[in-house]
Design a protein around this ligand. Structure first.
Ligand SMILES: N[C@@H](CCC(=O)NCCCC(=O)O)C(=O)O
Length: 248
């Protein structure tokens, strides 16, 4: 197969007094896909389900990027004082994307709030503020250090387990929310030693879906972080080749 095409959503900043509205994403997201042998295709925020479906017709897999907070009111919860909702234009588009990706069982890598949205979409839920919900947790973000890291414990029989193997693992962490109840059909494959969930993956035979709370795309990513993208792009390629054989 030629290179798999991997869709990526992006963030959105509305027009301000002296600046136009922007759609943007950290370069690490598309660069990591490109370096792993995929072709990144950025999908800007859209609010029309048919446009979302047509865009997804042109990609083999999807990466849901990190960003601000998902608005808990969209899932029937109260707004928490610590929650800084992402722009509604982005969240509306992300929720349309994740619903269609789930419907199609399209291969997906959710990162940060992308993993949180995957978990919510499939019936799980979130802690809205680690500091309150898990007071004994270690810091999972440092406003003064974008490269804040913490250690990780992985399940060996998982994608992150294959990638990181044994030995001490330190990953980039920038979050104050976290998965509480894991969605049905998914399992936890990595935790911070304080118990905070740091990776999930699908147990369903028909869906290659993984999520990381940590950021393997970050500027300080290690070679092992990069392997997450290589495993994902290889999985997307395999899935696409299987699809081609089915229709042949
Ligand atoms: N905002 C949520 C999700 C965490 C997340 O996606 N962090 C990324 C920060 C922005 C970026 O660098 O892309 C939370 O805090 O839990």
């Amino acid at each position: 197969m030629s290179k798999p095409i991997i869709g990526i959503n992006c963030d959105y900043k509305p027009v301000a007094r002296n600046t136009p509205a922007f759609a943007y994403l950290a370069a690490g997201y598309f660069q990591s896909i490109y370096n792993a042998g995929g072709i990144p295709l950025v999908v800007p925020p859209m609010d029309d389900p048919e446009s979302i479906k047509q865009a997804l017709d042109h990609v083999n897999g999807f990466v849901m990027i990190g960003g601000g907070d998902l608005d808990p009111r969209n899932d029937g919860f109260m707004l928490h004082p610590s929650v800084r909702p992402m722009d509604p234009k982005r969240e509306t588009s992300d929720r349309l994307l994740i619903a269609e990706i789930a419907e199609r069982r399209m291969p997906i890598l959710g990162i940060g709030c992308g993993m949180q949205l995957l978990n919510i979409q499939e019936g799980g839920n979130l802690f809205l503020h680690i500091k309150e919900d898990l007071p004994n947790a270690v810091p999972h973000m440092d406003p003064h250090d974008p490269n804040h890291r913490h250690t990780l414990e992985v399940e060996s029989d998982s994608l992150v387990g294959r990638v990181f193997g044994d030995g001490e693992i330190r990953v980039s962490s920038r979050h104050h929310m976290a998965i509480d109840e894991v969605a049905p059909g998914f399992r936890v494959t990595a935790r911070c030693p304080d118990g905070v969930i740091e990776a999930i993956e699908s147990e369903m035979m028909d869906w290659f879906a993984i999520g990381t709370q940590f950021h393997p795309e970050c500027a300080a990513a290690s070679a092992l972080d990069m392997r997450i993208f290589e495993e994902f792009v290889d999985g997307v390629r395999l899935h696409a080749e299987q699809d081609l054989r089915l229709v042949a």
